[in-house]
Design a protein around this ligand. Sequence first.
Ligand SMILES: Cc1cc2nc3c(=O)[nH]c(=O)nc-3n(C[C@H](O)[C@H](O)[C@H](O)COP(=O)(O)OP(=O)(O)OC[C@H]3O[C@@H](n4cnc5c(N)ncnc54)[C@H](O)[C@@H]3O)c2cc1C
Length: 355
Amino acid sequence: MTRPPHVAVVGAGIVGASIAWHLAQAGATVTLVEAGTAGGLATGASFAWINASWGNPHPYFRLRTRSMADWRRLGAALPDLPLAWCGGLLWDLAPDELDTYARTHGAWGYGIRPVDRAAIAALEPNLLAPPARAVHVAGEGAVEARAAALALVADAARRGARLLTGSFVRALATLGGTVVGIETAAGRIGADAVVLAAGVATPALAATAGAMVPLAPRPGLLIESAPSTPLLNGIVIAPELELRQAADSRLVIAADFEDDAETAAHATFARAIAMVRGVGALTLDRHQVGLRPIPPDGFPIVGAVPGVPGLHVAVMHSGVTLAPAVGRHVTDVVLYGRHDALFDPYGPARFAASA
Ligand SMILES: Cc1cc2nc3c(=O)[nH]c(=O)nc-3n(C[C@H](O)[C@H](O)[C@H](O)COP(=O)(O)OP(=O)(O)OC[C@H]3O[C@@H](n4cnc5c(N)ncnc54)[C@H](O)[C@@H]3O)c2cc1C
């Protein structure tokens, strides 16, 4: 009888958690190694909007909608996952861009609907100054990303995965150019395959086996209020800020910022609460800066690393949206050598030419 392959997954954010869960569910022997505590870094700072929204070419739209469907699959497998299919309302585009978005994505079957001020007010009665026009996508949602990662890790452990937290991976272990495991402070962990899902730390780790995985990380700001009363029904994407209400009714606000995160957090929070009726004296509870793990071309980097047998990577922005599809795909590739053509454009090989 052949033993199941042993796969070491580095990083227990939403991406590594999903990969570990899918591998464990498929019967692999899994060791999930995390430098800190499970739940991730970017993951804990994520706005966690699950979407296939504007600005993406059709193949990438298809991957994102596949993953939206895969979130529903995960939600059926783990009913306690903190998912909310609450819909998204968006107007952070110029009128002609809004039209183009509604037209293209409508033709692609996204379930997108142009809405006027009255319809916006019906969707979100507590918006104080609803815009004249927006688009609404009922099929979009959000997930409490860190909690979801923890739930996936816990279920993977129930299925036999070993979780090592507080275990910093210093380097990949190689033998004759093949990756044969990972080096931690506690020693080497041998593995048949290693998956790097270490977010912004992925390039440095890949480099220890001579692999180039380029990233151009960008900071993003996440702001949370103290719990409030229910005020918003769904996700609101307005110019310069994104807004939703979490399961425990905290307002969650994401924004980009230029210089000083503290000042930007207070200014963004003030703008957000000025948009919503009934927030009263709601206070800013906390803010954090998360590094978005963005590949140079903006698309995910997922798959086997060419020329480095035994090594796979999974690093991306929109990792919350994409985690379920990535977990399934990486499992198919690592365990069965089965490659989903939807992932063809996103392999690490595309950067080899520029190395
Ligand atoms: C402000 C903000 C808003 C965002 N909004 C959205 C959104 O609305 N929708 C969406 O889909 N995406 C969004 N994103 C992006 C998304 O959050 C990330 O793509 C996703 O969380 C990446 O998950 P990850 O598991 O790859 O990385 P991380 O969550 O960063 O996890 C990586 C893990 O690897 C561990 N690690 C690193 N190095 C080592 C090592 N040497 N040894 C062991 N462990 C190691 C880290 O400790 C960490 O736990 C947002 C990001 C930010 C910052």
